[in-house]
Ligand binder design. Structure first.
Ligand SMILES: Nc1ncnc2c1ncn2[C@@H]1O[C@H](COP(=O)(O)OP(=O)(O)OP(=O)(O)O)[C@@H](O)[C@H]1O
Length: 312
């Protein structure tokens, strides 16, 4: 379990993390989401004792990180800036970490295999691609068989096969009862990987919710219907659990129906000889809901270049 209590970090006059309170539970993948510069890495560094909070505190398995006697076996971490000696091979990098905690060679071989790096274990790290570097970082994080994992943008640099591998790995680590906190700026990826979401913007907590609830509040799924007999269809569709908007003054023939699928609506319309001009299932865009939630807190916004009124 990871807990943050009013975690706050200021650099000079700038507050980059403010009063963050959240809990990351075992047995789940928790997605830590926010736009660029939201404060995800800073928060993770504070959880890992690499940055001191200006105010507030955090615990991992009930203790501050710095008080753990053998941190590699308690918490596995992957941070964006890696410190791997470029002249070392992947195997020697992991062996040197293993020595600090009395971890046997067999475990090094096991995590190399888990990360899909056995074939390149003897290669120097300086020749590694970004994706191979990420895999090596994951292997290092898993070395001590820790109950808690804190991973900063682990899919960064991975190809589609690597992204799928990472998704399955995170899910299986959580299924083993581990606590998994994984940062990302991609809502769509987290919707496929995480059970729970902690969303921040400009260092503040914006949402602490299950993925299922986020999808439901994002609008869930609806069906757009166009018909010349909208008031009649509206009346026929009404029932428990069904929510209908329209017809409106501007679009008299249009209904937005939640709680019934297109097949059900089509059958009712056919049974009453109501012509349909459109019957379109619509799924709420999670990425759009995430952008709506965080838009006020995006640090760097792309603005359209100003039009200068081109001379004739
Ligand atoms: N050492 C530092 N000194 C001053 N400002 C810093 C320092 N470290 C981070 N910041 C600022 O804190 C803010 C949050 O940065 P952080 O890297 O935690 O965000 P992030 O959510 O991880 O972003 P990204 O997705 O881009 O990695 C940014 O505005 C960044 O410029």
């Amino acid at each position: 379990m990871i807990r943050a209590y009013e975690l706050t970090k200021r650099y000079g006059d700038t507050t980059v993390v403010q009063d963050l309170d959240f809990t990351v539970r075992p047995g789940t993948v928790t997605g830590f989401l926010g736009p660029n510069g939201a404060g995800k890495s800073t928060t993770m560094r504070m959880l890992l004792g690499l940055d001191a909070p200006t105010r507030g505190r955090s615990t991992i398995s009930g203790h501050a990180y710095a008080t753990h006697s053998a941190p590699l076996t308690e918490v596995g971490a992957l941070l964006e800036a890696r410190s791997v000696h470029p002249g070392r091979t992947a195997f020697h990098h992991l062996m040197s970490l293993a020595h600090t905690h009395g971890i046997p060679r067999s475990r090094v071989e096991h995590v190399l295999d888990l990360a899909g790096l056995t074939a390149v274990a003897g290669k120097r790290v300086k020749g590694f691609s970004l994706g191979m570097g990420q895999r090596l970082g994951i292997a290092a994080a898993l070395l001590g068989d820790p109950a808690v994992l804190i991973l900063d943008e682990p899919v960064n640099g991975l190809d589609p096969e690597g992204v799928l591998w990472m998704r399955n790995l995170l899910r299986s680590l959580a299924a083993q009862g581990r606590t998994v906190l994984v940062s990302s700026h991609l809502m769509s990826e987290m919707a496929l990987t995480a059970d729970h979401l902690v969303i921040i913007g400009r260092g503040r907590l914006l949402a602490d919710t299950t993925v299922a609830d986020f999808i439901a509040t994002a609008g869930g799924a609806s069906v757009r219907v166009r018909t010349p007999q909208a008031p009649a269809l509206h009346g026929l569709l009404q029932g428990p659990g069904i929510d209908i908007t329209g017809p409106t003054g501007t679009e008299p023939g249009e209904l937005e129906v939640r709680g019934a699928d297109a097949a059900h609506i089509g059958r009712i319309a056919a049974a009453h000889a109501i012509p349909l001009y459109e019957l379109t299932p619509r799924t709420a865009s999670l990425e759009q809901a995430f952008m709506d939630l965080t838009q006020e807190s995006v640090e760097y916004r792309i603005t359209a270049p100003e039009t200068t009124g081109a001379p004739a």
